[in-house]
Design a protein around this ligand. Sequence first.
Ligand code: ATP
Length: 422
Amino acid sequence: MRTMDNILHVGIDDTDSSEGMCTTYISAVVMDELKHCGFQLLGNPRLIRLNPFAPFKTRGNGAISFNLILKSGKEAEKAKKLILNHVENLSHLQHENTNPGVVFHDGLITPELKAFSMKTVQQIVTIKDAQKLAVQVGAQFHEFKNGRGVIGALAAIGYPLKDKTYELLAYRIPENYGKKRRIDYKSVLEMNQKTYPQTFDNLDEDENYIAIEPHTPCPILYGIRGETPEIVMEAHAIIKTCETIERIVVYVTNQHTDHHLIKIDNISQMDKCKSYIAQGIVKDSPNTIEGGHVIFTLKDDSGSIDCAAYEPTKGFRDLVKELKEGDFLKVYGGIGDKGSLNLEKIHVLELAKVYETQNPICKCGKRMKSARKNKGYKCINCGFKLRYGIKDLIEVKRNIKKGFYEVPPSARRHLSKPLIRG
Ligand code: ATP
């Protein structure tokens, strides 16, 4: 039986910038180099998405960890040197906001380490928190510049992957970086037809949007999301592209698990830079503001929060617009700088009854018309007049039903669980 002593957990984060590169790519190069040098990796590398509202994130706030099987201390030193050299050479160190961190840990994944990882997904932590914990659990950390990446690197090692999904990332050859990606739309359609829902969030047919394709100058050509390593490989075999794929990696990940959401009982417990599941009553009918964003206020006995379906959530906004004062909802989403809850999905628990008033019905069966001001009603069918009639209260049919509604794949956060995952 293998003991924990010969496993080296490696965590890497904060190597890229908005102008390019990607921590997943640097890790892919490092892993291939290690394999080339005869090292063996244990299991799939892990792509761990951290708090989507962390202030210094470049894009999707992802960090990487992988497990290396080592036979001797000498091997460990060789592997560490190789990893650190690659991170130093490939990172966008010239960018102010790129502060790589690498963590090596050959001990146990302690409860404290797991708790820190969960906290990094749901809250904001400091570099000091990460450094202190690394010392406490006996992990070695290497910081480039201010070393902020140590937070994500340590969190990626300690993250307890209970629910999990897989993502296959295909990387471009460097001469294509920044150029338009050439992915055959029909093959994505075919892949989706053959593998959905075992693969998911790879295509938004309503918007003709290829969700596997990033829109940044990073080295990723595409990423296929799915439930198992086998299905993402099967899906990858169907995709056709007009450019060379340099390498692929299948990551196991906490994407699409809702692990960023904190369940709370009171709206007043909400805070910026965190994501929640909360319930309350719609205070007023939704309002469309400049830019096409749809906003409504949700309240409970403790307070209220503005909930937003932003323009990129497309058709989801039409459903949100159907909400009315008094509807009882569960909302899922996170709070950014603006202080409003960015909706990822809603669960309509109860629909309020909505009424409209109509003129009374005449004894002949026809609906009456209003006569002149204060003159009551008049039937244009039989001529009957009603001096003191009262308007009827009619229940209006609602255009929304109880149940779950979610944003489309094109607007989904990495951590957000699509309804198709159950
Ligand atoms: P990419 O996904 O392209 O790799 P990114 O969006 O992951 O980029 P990074 O460049 O890794 O962004 O920057 C995020 C930084 O924020 C890292 O230094 C990471 O350690 C740190 N960080 C991540 N989560 C938290 C958190 N919860 N609190 C504080 N800092 C965090």
